[in-house]
Design a protein around this ligand. Structure first.
Ligand code: BEZ
Ligand code: FE
Length: 286
């Protein structure tokens, strides 16, 4: 019988978890054990530190519910979410890059028509985001659904508020020629939730806890790789210090100031509005 020592415990634990029935699970759990142990060795983890980490994980679970995703937030600020996005979306350079989903997406948004207003009268500068959805050959993708969501001008998402109706989120479908048009309000930069365990940790560092102004898009179109991304406002604060590492140069878009007059939905605006034009490029599935 092999008794446990500080030197052999890693091999013993890895071998034990390597018995997982599914080979991929065995691979992942074995590597997890090895990396966890080597982390503890590298920092010479004390028992008090181990306990405070366990308590932090407990609080992270306790504060999470169907609306608050503190573990996703933790993964985001540690750069893990974006690393996983990068590794799994090795896109053709011509395709629109992916970025983090974030914790605020809500399923089942209402379907709105071309140019319909998803801000429903909320205060903010009128913004039209419009363009086309195309494939890598430049062919328009008609019937593509764009699931869109964003924060209000206080930086709050619907799931952070006590509201009954869909707020600043909607689904738009491209027309046969691949065109789409979203009417909303200009997003502002905002702070990630700082009132939980993730905020506790961040406030012990010099990390900026802000995200640059952006609108989220999710395009799940049959035959194409799903695309989860954002469009960021050109010139916005925090573009180069995004707390979740989500900013990419290709996703930064000019919000051009336009005077009252014709708008991209074919209508017109009595007040000045912002014009953001962006063409999404999807890559084939698989
Ligand atoms: C977001 O953009 O909604 C978001 C992403 C990651 C963490 C917090 C917020
Ligand atoms: Fe966001």
């Amino acid at each position: 019988m092999e008794l446990v020592t500080e030197d052999n415990i890693t091999d013993l634990a890895a071998a034990r978890w390597g018995t997982a029935h599914d080979p991929r699970t065995a691979q992942v759990l074995t590597a997890l054990v090895r990396h966890l142990h080597s982390f503890a060795r590298e920092v010479r983890l004390t028992e008090a530190e181990w306990m405070s980490a366990i308590q932090w994980l407990n609080r992270t679970g306790q504060i999470s519910d169907d609306k608050r995703e503190e573990f996703i937030l933790a993964s985001d600020v540690l750069g893990l979410s974006m690393l996983v996005v990068q590794m799994n979306n090795r896109l053709d350079p011509a395709a629109t890059p992916a970025t983090v989903l974030g914790p605020f997406h809500i399923d089942g948004s209402p379907e709105l028509g071309f140019g319909a207003d998803m801000s429903d009268g909320l205060p903010g500068a009128p913004l039209y985001v419009h363009g086309t959805v195309r494939d890598l050959d430049g062919k328009p993708v008609g019937g593509a659904v764009l699931d869109v969501w964003q924060a209000d001008t206080d930086g709050a998402y619907e799931s952070q508020l006590d509201v009954d109706e869909a707020r600043l989120r909607a689904k738009y479908t491209t027309r046969e020629d691949g065109t789409y048009c979203v009417r909303t309000i200009a997003p502002l930069g905002y702070a990630i939730p700082m009132d939980g365990p993730v905020g506790e940790l961040i406030s012990r560092t010099a990390i900026s806890h802000f995200r640059p102004a952006h609108v989220h898009f999710l395009l799940a179109v049959p035959g194409y790789a799903p695309l989860i991304t954002h469009l960021f406002r050109e010139g916005a604060q925090y573009l180069d210090s995004d707390v979740v590492f989500g900013t990419k140069a290709e996703l930064v878009v000019r919000f051009a100031e336009r005077p009252p007059g014709a708008t991209p939905d074919g209508g017109s605006s009595d007040v000045p509005w912002l014009d953001a034009r962006y063409d999404f490029v999807l890559q084939p599935e698989g």
